[in-house]
Design a protein around this ligand. Structure first.
Ligand code: CA
Length: 225
């Protein structure tokens, strides 16, 4: 999953980026309001983390702007102080959640997961497709109760497909949502990872779950659909 982080405190921004990348997210950072607005509007993010106090344009103005343009990406606001009016304004402007600084990193990650689940209309931390279980909190993957070891990238791709289970996802969408802006988009690395994933998930099982839809993309689906 890909996250746009708009935060002008460089040290905090770097810490959050590094931590989220360790959790398997791809993160693009904007350090001021103008850049933040550009990224929020143009990058195919799954979530936007928006600080309120920013140079050039504040977080609430960015939020108002993107919502008026129909951008529906979930937004998590970061409020510097425990200012009730900022939170109310934020939620009324179309934020999905907020977090007051200073916060524990673990809470930020838990809220991100919760927002991503809400968007995907997944209620629980564990996504199930037939006998495949993907725990989005612990990143454990099991098939028929047996643990499957995946690399961080393999997991990211599987999780992205799982959030959109029973739907065809294009290679471009996977690339855009798994990698940040610095990634070489011409590379065929996604196909390589899909092949690894297919071996780890489907090999030895009668019911295949991960399918290639020729000329379109990939789908993770229940065998009877
Ligand atoms: Ca700030």
């Amino acid at each position: 999953m890909r996250i746009v982080l708009v935060e002008d405190e460089r040290e905090l921004a770097e810490t959050i980026k590094k931590g989220l990348e360790e959790e398997g997210y791809s993160v693009d950072v904007a350090y001021d309001g103008e850049e933040g607005l550009y990224m929020a509007e143009n990058y195919p993010a799954d979530l936007i983390i928006l600080d309120i106090m920013l140079p050039h344009m504040d977080g609430l103005a960015i939020l108002k702007n993107i919502r008026s343009k129909g951008v529906k990406t979930p937004v998590l606001l970061l409020t510097a102080r425990d200012a009730l009016s900022d939170k109310i304004k934020g939620l009324d402007t179309g934020a999905d959640d907020y977090l007051t600084k200073p916060f524990e990193f673990a809470e930020l990650v838990a809220r991100i997961r919760s927002l991503l689940r809400r968007t995907a209309e997944v209620k629980e931390a564990v996504i199930r497709i037939n006998d495949l279980e993907i725990n989005t909190a612990s990143h454990e993957v099991k098939r028929s109760g047996k643990p499957i070891k995946l690399s961080a990238r393999e997991y990211s791709i599987l999780e992205y497909l799982a959030y959109r289970k029973n739907t065809v996802v294009s290679r471009t969408e996977i690339t855009e949502h798994i990698y940040d802006e610095s990634f070489d988009r011409d590379s065929n690395i996604v196909d390589v990872y899909i092949n690894y994933l297919r071996k780890k998930i489907d090999r030895g099982f009668k019911n295949k779950l991960l399918h290639t839809v020729r000329g379109t993309g990939y789908i993770l689906k229940e065998p009877d659909r």
